[in-house]
Design a protein around this ligand. Structure first.
Ligand SMILES: O=C([O-])CC(=O)C(=O)O
Ligand SMILES: [Mg+2]
Length: 222
């Protein structure tokens, strides 16, 4: 019998979970008039949220305010529970540039009703991802410059040095409650500059000196 060999560089095909951190940059928390968190804010996306370059980001039919959020993604290489911060980086296989696509109108409605963000954050194509970035290409995840352009106009530009909670802290914190598995992805939050995108917009995002990616926004035909 042949055993399929799974390659971490195609982690999005593994069907593992996507754990997202919200409000991890003070400048973004402020632009949405949220308090600066004293503990990480967590939510999830299902593996069906993944979309790769060459396929479009689809605007959910129920939203008229789809926002981009550019984020550093951390790909887990070794699973664990209650991982100490001092060992956290041993659990990292690499990184990916990610977008946390957000139906902001639906999120606002959920917030005001005290309901979960699922339909605002976890719909199909809500997690565009770049190629896998091996760990050694990013020597310090606390000093990564991220940017995002819509139709060639710069909208977001930030550095992970502005994160409230560091990558090792997040791995340790999350794994206390939710065991991490090989192939999981952690989205570490977005810096300021989130804004709306429309059908036919072209998004380009990058990690300075490491990777760029391009996505087109479309309306689904169903
Ligand atoms: O929707 C939000 O503002 C929370 C979030 O994902 C982030 O800060 O990256
Ligand atoms: Mg986000």
């Amino acid at each position: 019998p042949t055993m399929a060999v799974r390659n971490i560089s195609r982690f999005w095909e593994w069907g593992r979970k996507i754990i997202c951190v919200g409000r991890n940059y003070a400048d973004h928390a402020k632009e949405l008039k949220n308090a600066i968190p004293t503990e990480p804010v967590l939510f999830l996306k299902p593996p069906s949220a993944y979309v790769r370059e060459g396929s479009p980001i689809l605007v959910p039919l129920y939203s008229s305010n789809l926002h981009h959020e550019v984020e550093l993604g951390v790909v887990i290489g070794k699973g664990g529970t209650a991982i100490p911060q001092s060992a956290a980086m041993e659990h990292v296989a690499g990184y990916a540039l990610c977008l946390d696509m957000t139906a902001r109108d639906i999120q606002d409605e959920c917030k005001s009703k005290g309901l979960p963000w699922t339909l605002a954050k976890a719909f199909n194509t809500s997690c565009p991802v770049s190629d896998f970035i091996p760990k050694d290409r990013i020597p310090d995840p606390g000093n990564v410059k991220l940017w995002l352009k819509v139709n060639d106009q710069l909208r977001q530009s930030g550095c992970t040095s502005q994160m409230i909670f560091s990558v090792p802290y997040l791995i340790s914190y999350i794994s206390e409650f939710i065991s991490l598995e090989e192939g999981d992805l952690i989205l570490t939050g977005t810096p300021k500059g989130v804004s709306a995108v429309q059908e036919h917009d072209e998004l380009q995002a990058g990690i300075e000196d490491v990777v760029t990616m391009n996505f087109k926004v479309e309306r689904p035909d169903h």
